[in-house]
Design a protein around this ligand. Sequence first.
Ligand SMILES: Cc1ncc(COP(=O)(O)O)c(C=O)c1O
Length: 387
Amino acid sequence: MAMTYDVHQLRAREFPWTERDGVIYLNHASTGPYPARALATVNEINALRAEPHRLPEERELAIAARARELAARLINASPGEIACTVNTSYGINLAARALPLAPGDVVVAPDREFPANVYPWMALERRGVRFERVPCRDGLPDEDALLRALERPEVRVLAVSWVSFATGARVDLAALGRACHERGAYLVVDAIQGVGAATLDVRACHVDILACGGQKWLLAPWGSGFVYVREELARTLEPFDVSWMAMRGSDDFTRLVDYDFTYRDDARRFEMITLPYQDFAGLNASLELIHELGAAAVEAHIVSLVDDIIAWATSRSDVRLVTPRERARRAGIVSVVPHDVRAASERLARAGVAHSVREGAIRLSPHCYNTADEVRRALAVMTGEER
Ligand SMILES: Cc1ncc(COP(=O)(O)O)c(C=O)c1O
């Protein structure tokens, strides 16, 4: 696939260490690097924060407002449907604790989810809500079984990772969302392994709540992230944890003790102020880069690199491909099992190829600035054909 932007210029401008350190970084499913502009922004805000008279309160609030706007644009939401959060877990806990669930209700999720999308639901079992893990098929989420589970009236929530952390399998959110919508069940999505790598339209997919940390595919600092809460729910769901800025009048700092327990009518009722603004400023810089490149162009670039890895793995008898082959069923993660995973991982580490080992497979996760040549070299190192 043709590149839609100049990857070499992008590397020189935003990821200069790629040319300097001899590292091939294919580990965005763990931690994304900061683009140069995000690092400069975080440093700038930290320097101002060290001398707080130089950082007015309005600037802090403007940073959060901009983050809501940029995150919303990425998933076709409106800014009022976004709350800034410090990680993915906050959004999933929000869903588990704010959605109206009663004893006897059932929450289903595919088996083998990342634990951030498991324990908050398990915690509901003490309240009589059952959490069921739907067995995988060939190690991947079984979408037919999830659809069948949704036919049971007691199933009130489907909680699912858009892209699985270990296998890279991407579920068909449009089909799952349609089924949830038709049956009056809620769709809650852990999107941290997808957003930034692939494009998503939360409205078209009938997503109710979506949680996403910034630290991986959004190339943003730890401590930044967001949760999408569908407009009608953002107006009506009761926050479980109640922030002092969750209330309508709380923007006016001159009358903070005129208590008025009236929630905002948007997702900010879920936002736990005070936030790490320096991290959100970094998130904003990274999201601006993604928007400048074009989220679709970033996706196309990643697809082309992942396609190369898939083609390589399927051409070899000594490598087993874990990730689904079809483009629609994957995003930026591709997991493979070479003959000796441990030895292959050691070879990669020695050669400076950043990767992860997850659930017995080598997980590679390229992003917008990686090159086809980097991928080719990493694969040759993995099988011992290059050092
Ligand atoms: C699918 C998935 N969800 C959540 C997380 C992390 O959650 P949090 O942002 O709350 O640390 C990860 C990885 O760390 C993940 O792979």
